[in-house]
Design a protein around this ligand. Sequence first.
Ligand SMILES: [Zn+2]
Length: 505
Amino acid sequence: MGECHASGPPRAPRGEPSQPSEYHNAVHRIGSFLVALALVPALGARAQTLPDLGESAQTELTPQAERRIGDAMMREIRRDPDFVADAEVSDYIQHVGFRLVAASPETRRHFEFFVVRDRTVNAFAMPGGYIGVHTGLLLAAQSESEFAGVLAHELAHVLQRHLARQYEAQSKATALSLAAFALAVLAARSNPQAAQAGIVAAQATPAAVYLNYSRDFEREADRVGYQILEASGYDPAGMPAFFERLQKATRLYENNAPVYVRTHPLTTERIADMQNRQASAPYRQRPDSHEFQLVRAKLRVADGRPEDAVAYFRTALAERRFADEAAVRYGYAAALARAGDFKAADAEIALLRKKAPPHPMYETLAARIKAGTGDLAGAERALAAAGQAYPDVFAIKAERAEILQRLGRHKEAAAALDGLIKQRPGEARLYQALARSYAAVGARTQQHRALAEAYYLQGSVPAAIEQLQLAQSAGDSDFYTLSAVDARMRELKRIQLEELKERRK
Ligand SMILES: [Zn+2]
């Protein structure tokens, strides 16, 4: 980290708009972003791969192009150490997200919801239906309906194609390339503060930092988002309640407003609109799900120093300051485990099992505690049993595969990982883990074959082809595996050719 990989200064937008407009300003903001990118190491590293999207400007952002940009951005985000790959956290947010999608008019489009470790309160929509949430937002929400309200608002930005409409409107005047647009969106959404620091260093105005949606788009996202929230069964009052609190915080901190408010300007008018809608809606208070509280506890445990997390949950239990006692006890056990006090953590888990109905997240934590004491074999047995009780829970199987690897039982680990890949074929890290297990047992063809898929998912077709060549010449495989490698090679070469054609356009 801390190294700038940007190959050169980012390109400035070509041409100048003839008429000053709202989009004129937006484009200048994008220009400032590109200046900032050269100065912000993390974003500079991203700049290296995104221009693969093609250099030429387009006047229209088709759903296919949107998906391509979104996929490319997502590949970069997945590599970011702050991307939360934790299956329990990501399963939860996908669950809430798809509950909202099911209540929306468009259930068949591609959506993916993900979490980024960042204390700022923010959520953002990217092209292609990718919606990200900062851990800070999950922790700041006072109810699950508040959290779902922000997610519904972002979902509405996607459904109404706001990013695409913004791009199409600005590109007529300035011919900004897709890559530059993607970079600007990525910079604005992923790290406005770093981008801002970069801009200050470049002596540009800090006010020109973010890529805002227009007020009309915000109003539309409120309206559509509210309808979705209402239809999904969450309490629609959650949306204005959260926005109102954000607005109050903004007034309090002036220059240090929550990031969400800076990227989605809140007005008194917007909040009044939402409250009017709410006044005509039936009263419906919905209790928070246990998973909402468990996931928040898990995120809080991972945040900051372990001893602070222990103190936080211990105090909450002692003062009986909680809405969900089992979730707080779970948090306490997890915090103790993180602090290395496995004995106390184990006692808390035992108490939890006695007092609360069973839950798969208790099983994975109990296994992590066992593994922490050095009893890897016991942890594996516990996870195998939990896998029988909860056959659909991905996190239990993922945890078990990891323990099997640590035990050196790589044949079983490879089998477990194969099963996980069938469930989630898009996750590069599963293929990387599979390659490690194959390497450990000396299965070289399979090792390179798995690495090829990992590279492919990370967007590098040439590196994937190289791995397949290594697989072909490894000489330790049967006829059927080799035919599969050959077939995959043909497919990747075809994809490579298409990508080259696309780039020459
Ligand atoms: Zn918005």
